[in-house]
Design a protein around this ligand. Sequence first.
Ligand SMILES: [Zn+2]
Length: 416
Amino acid sequence: MKRLLSLCAFAGLIISCSPTEETPDYTKMSEEERLQAATEIAQSTIMVDGHVDLPYRMKVGGFTLQREILDVSVRTPDGNFDYPRAKEGGLDAPFMSIYIPAGNQKIPGASKALADSLILMTERLASTFPDKFAMAYSPADIEANFAKGLISLPMGMENGAGIEDNLANVEYFHKRGIRYITLTHGTDNLIGDASYDTTGTHGGLSEFGEKVIAEMNRVGIMVDLSHVSDNTFRDALAITKAPVIASHSSVRKFTPGFERNMSDELIQAMAKNDGVMMINFGGSFIDSAYAAGGAKVREHIVNWLAENNLSRRDSAAQTYISEYAAANNPFPTVQKVADHIDHVKNLVGIDYVGLGSDFDGVGDSLPTGLKDVSMFPNLIAELLKRGYSKEDIEKICYKNVFRVWKAVEDYAASQK
Ligand SMILES: [Zn+2]
């Protein structure tokens, strides 16, 4: 304290500094005090989420200008995201997933057409509610929107199939506002192999995929390596000229054999690239016991429905299903998500981890205490309990992903 006081005296009027600004010891607080502190941090810090599947949910829910259909400017009874809940949770910049199901790849032009329509829908959300939402194309945009209390809607395209077979579409989508592209989704595409697909079409990144990455680097779109196979991951890291992201992937150590999550080797390689891995909250991403239990529950339910001559839609069946699932395969908890963050921090450091919830994209598998965007403070409180500092939390919430995003912008600027 003495040292701090003398430093303050020395600094005089140049910087404002007082002993009352000393960092509190969050680990010694009661649960209630800590949640309060976590909520204050969530509200005062920019919070970016790498992956929210709202555009596709709006498409399914029929968002149009007729507000009564699916209006996320007000509290919605289902889904994981809406404006009031995002405000409660302190979420400021959810990356809107412009999601293209792999099925579209079979029809030439269908992937780009769907991407275009989901981008329009996202823009329409911002223009319909300009006092609540705003588009964002850079960290600077997010900072400006945050200062005005607006929720930013940056966009990432989930599945590079939207580029079709035309390299010029990379620049086109940059102009349309896309700031990351997830190279693949569920199956191999023209760019490379996917983690859920065992075909091994290209053995990793294709020649076209190499050109796509070079073009993404040139125009300033972040390379997203969630969903790709390990070979594609390594190939992409070997040629990218700028840091990469994984917009919604968790740690494979906790889900052995689940290639959709990242192995320690890949986490280390990504840290060497100065990239950031944003942790997915989905139950099967964070807890292999939950994933295995889910499979068993599904098997039991199929048999039970047949024995009782019921369909999944019958209300008696729905009650039974939810009660049986809750009793036999309890949801993971928010602590599990913190375990994944801990693992990355301990393996490579605090500078390489962020949040990529997959809200609106992983059904009802989300952990207890992290069921929707209003509950981010529960996760922050858990991290504070484990000794994370406010600075650590800021890195996880936005500083790490902003570092990568700015490096990608800088590289693109250097190519002009
Ligand atoms: Zn996904």
